[in-house]
Write a protein that binds this ligand. Structure first.
Ligand code: PHE
Length: 343
């Protein structure tokens, strides 16, 4: 065998390696190339019969050829392994976007509104807190400066639950008990909103439902003033309802705030001109608010000389119904799919 024979044998070997189209046939090619009778192996054995000079020359060439073939085998092996892996991935691919067909659901109108409200307040730096719907009298009333037999308890038509001790466990009538829970569990400063479901002993009609949703806000810090409350509600109003809608405050009464106010927004139907929806006033009533009463701070162990704060709360359902042209609040709770699908 001479140098040309070696070159030819090498290129044939490389060609057979490249021709292998899967890992199994590559293994067969490798076995064949490893056999004693394979040209490059036979040539190696025949070196002994050559003159030293020729032997050296051909030996070097032969080593090069064997290295080329070995490299070709490794290259082909990784190509085929990659192809096999890709094929396996493709075969085992799960299409997670595939829809089983039928109709996809979506969030309830009130849930969408609650999420948007949370987003606005979170954007203003508030955290979101929640509390239980079944409450004790202490959280729902007493700690909120409504001792037993306080006449203002009449502002909330309460559904009591039978707990063994009469009148101590109830369905919360507002989200304000969550203020008490948040304050009892943490130290000021507090900037939180507290959305949730509330219950009143009401007969359902187009504008009342015994279950509805509120969102409450609570700020406790040093040096908080009524101006901070007004500014926060105005910032919320323009962000949530749009730049042309503003807020105003009217004196009111809540036992847990002093001073207390009712807050209104520009009528979203007439833009403030006066229409049927706002009774000609140009304003829609949204909720209640005020500066946290010192007795409320005392109930949770905060020093009213050190801490100041404000709270506000409003209903989500009526506001959402108005904004979406829903004229009967009961629609929000009867879960008629034909109604829900529209939003
Ligand atoms: N909890 C009051 C209600 O349900 C609303 C309110 C919240 C008023 C916070 C003042 C401060 O009517």
């Amino acid at each position: 065998m001479n140098a040309e024979d070696v070159d030819r044998a090498a290129s044939e070997a490389v060609a057979s390696v490249r021709a292998a189209d899967d890992l199994e046939s590559l293994a067969a090619v490798e076995a064949a190339l490893g056999a004693k009778s394979a040209p490059l192996n036979a040539a190696k054995r025949s070196l002994g019969a050559l003159e030293p000079d020729q032997r050296k020359e051909l030996g070097r060439r032969l080593n090069e050829a064997r290295a080329e073939v070995a490299t070709a085998v490794e290259t082909r092996r990784s190509e085929l392994a990659a192809a096999a892996r890709a094929e396996l991935l493709e075969a085992e691919r799960l299409d997670l976007t595939e829809s089983p067909g039928g109709r996809a659901g979506h969030l309830h109108l009130v849930t969408q509104a609650r999420d948007e409200l949370e987003d606005v307040f979170v954007g203003m730096g508030f955290t979101v807190a929640e509390g239980p719907e079944v409450e004790t009298d202490w959280y729902n009333f007493e700690a909120l400066n409504l001792p037993p037999a306080h006449p203002a308890r009449g502002m909330w038509d309460t559904l009591y639950l039978d707990s063994g001790e009469p009148g101590t466990v109830l369905l919360r009538t507002h989200t304000s008990p969550v203020q008490i829970r948040v304050m009892s569990e943490s130290e000021p400063p507090i900037y939180s909103v507290m959305p949730g479901r509330v219950y009143r002993r009401d007969t359902a009609d187009a504008s009342h439902t015994p279950v509805f949703h509120q969102i409450e806000g609570l700020v406790v810090d040093r040096g908080i003033s009524f101006a901070d409350l007004a500014g926060t509600l105005e910032a919320f109003t323009t962000t949530y309802f749009g730049r042309s809608i503003h807020s105003r405050l009217r004196p009111s009464y809540f036992p847990f705030t002093e001073p207390s106010a009712e807050f209104d927004i520009t009528c979203v139907f007439c833009g403030g001109d006066g229409c049927r929806s706002c009774g000609g006033t140009g304003w829609l009533e949204l909720g209640g608010c005020g500066m946290v009463h010192p007795n409320v701070f005392a109930a949770v162990g905060y020093d009213p000389e050190e801490w100041t704060g404000f709270a506000f709360g409003f209903g989500i359902d009526r506001m959402t119904a108005q904004r979406n042209g829903v004229d009967d609040l009961r629609e929000l709770f009867t879960n008629d799919i034909r109604f829900l699908e529209q939003f």
